[in-house]
Each structure stands twice: as C-alpha cells, then as structure tokens.
Design a protein around this ligand. Structure first.
Ligand SMILES: [Zn+2]
Length: 89
C-alpha cells in the first residue's frame, strides 16, 4: 500500500465513521439513533432498526441496519492497521 493509497483509505474510513456518528451513537453493546433516541442492542443486529417516531429523519427512504453500517465502515480498518507507517517515516 503506497502512502497515497494509505491516505485515501484513511480518508474513506474517516468519512464513513463521521457519517455513522452523525446518525448513530454506539454505546457499549447498543446503537442509539441520535434523532429519536431509539436503541438497538447487538443481539438485534440482523433486524431493521426500529425508530421511536414514525417520521424520524434518520429513517430515510430505506430500511437501515446500523450494526451493518458500522461493520462496513470498519472493513478498511485491518488494512489500515497493517499499513500504518511506523514511527520515523
Ligand atoms: Zn430514529
């Protein structure tokens, strides 16, 4: 991974995590909706998130699985860890 590729992957992961954080709050084993306060425990990761209000702005036009969104955001993390420049670079 070149320095440029590393920076690109880092920027993508940062953007994804910031986007995730805009909508969701991950607290221990729960994810909370920042807009309505709805909560989904880890054990329900495979089912659609249930908002507490029908018109929650985080509902958008599609079913959301925040644990899956988090997993996808972190997909790039192992490569970033492997290719993090060591000190002195
Ligand atoms: Zn909500």
């Amino acid at each position: 991974m070149s320095a440029r590729e590393y920076q690109f992957a880092l920027d993508c992961l940062s953007d994804d995590l910031i986007k995730f954080h805009d909508d969701w709050n991950w607290v221990a084993t729960d994810i909370h909706c920042r807009a309505c306060g709805g909560r989904q425990p880890l054990a329900d990761a495979g089912v659609p998130f249930r908002h507490t209000v029908e018109d929650c702005p985080n509902q958008r036009d599609f079913v959301r699985y925040p644990w899956e969104e988090l997993r996808r955001a972190l997909d790039h993390l192992p490569a970033l860890i492997r290719h993090t420049p060591r000190g002195g670079a």
